[in-house]
Ligand binder design. Structure first.
Ligand SMILES: Cc1cc2nc3c(=O)[nH]c(=O)nc-3n(C[C@H](O)[C@H](O)[C@H](O)COP(=O)(O)O)c2cc1C
Length: 200
């Protein structure tokens, strides 16, 4: 089949688009509200987009707390989501008011970051401490369109649990990172790693 996403003539029961770019890493974004509340939410429109210097981005479907706080405070932190933390990750996606601290709701222990104020998820083996750089607003044209905004940050500090450093390399096979698949309730776990040589 072939369809035009501007009119969504796919004739499928569910919009297939997010099932077509998989797996998507999940950035578990911590920010601090103007009144000092720690905010935590998962974003699967998330990725590293540069490495020297490192930059990451997450995309907000409309202006949500994470975007607003990152813009207002100039900082955010992303923690790696793992199999062990899957239920807590999901719990922190609840649509709650800005006065509610999701880590408390999910019973999650946080740990201080070094380079920025928002804390990291303590049990997560990796956290990226970011200085907000810029927001890029995407055009929201067409019926049912949502005003997405891409929030970009420079990674200025990186936490790595020493336990995942094996012979000078990062080994996350034990931590089993989780990723988002197509539909609201579908995830994948990274537990099989294979090697392949690059030509040249
Ligand atoms: C695995 C997962 C991935 C998500 N990815 C996104 C995303 O990329 N963009 C988005 O706007 N919402 C995403 N959400 C929904 C947000 O987590 C949810 O709207 C949350 O309440 C936003 O919190 P905030 O307002 O504190 O930022 C995702 C939810 C889950 C469970």
């Amino acid at each position: 089949m072939h369809y035009d996403p501007r009119i969504n003539d796919h004739h499928l029961k569910h919009d297939p688009f997010t099932a077509l770019v998989v797996p998507r890493p999940i950035g578990w974004v911590t920010t601090i509200s103007p009144s000092g509340v720690v905010n935590l939410a998962p974003y699967s429109f998330f990725n590293a987009v540069a490495s020297r210097p490192p930059y990451v981005m997450f995309s907000s479907a409309g202006p949500k707390h994470s975007q607003r706080h990152a813009e207002q405070s100039g900082e955010f932190v992303t923690s790696l989501t793992t199999w062990e933390l899957r239920e807590e990750m999901s719990a922190t996606s609840a649509d709650v008011g800005p006065e509610v601290s999701e880590p408390e709701v999910a019973g999650l222990e946080m740990a201080p970051s070094i380079a920025v104020k928002p804390p990291r998820v303590k049990k997560s083996p990796v956290a990226l401490e970011c200085k907000y750089w810029k927001t890029i607003e995407l055009p929201a044209v067409g019926a049912g369109a949502i005003a997405y905004a891409i929030v970009i940050g420079e990674v200025v500090g990186i936490y790595i649990d020493d336990a995942v450093i094996v012979e000078g390399r990062i080994d996350l096979s034990g931590a089993r990172p989780i990723a988002r698949l197509g539909y609201l309730d579908q995830y994948a776990v990274v537990d099989t790693i294979f090697k392949m040589r690059r030509p040249g």
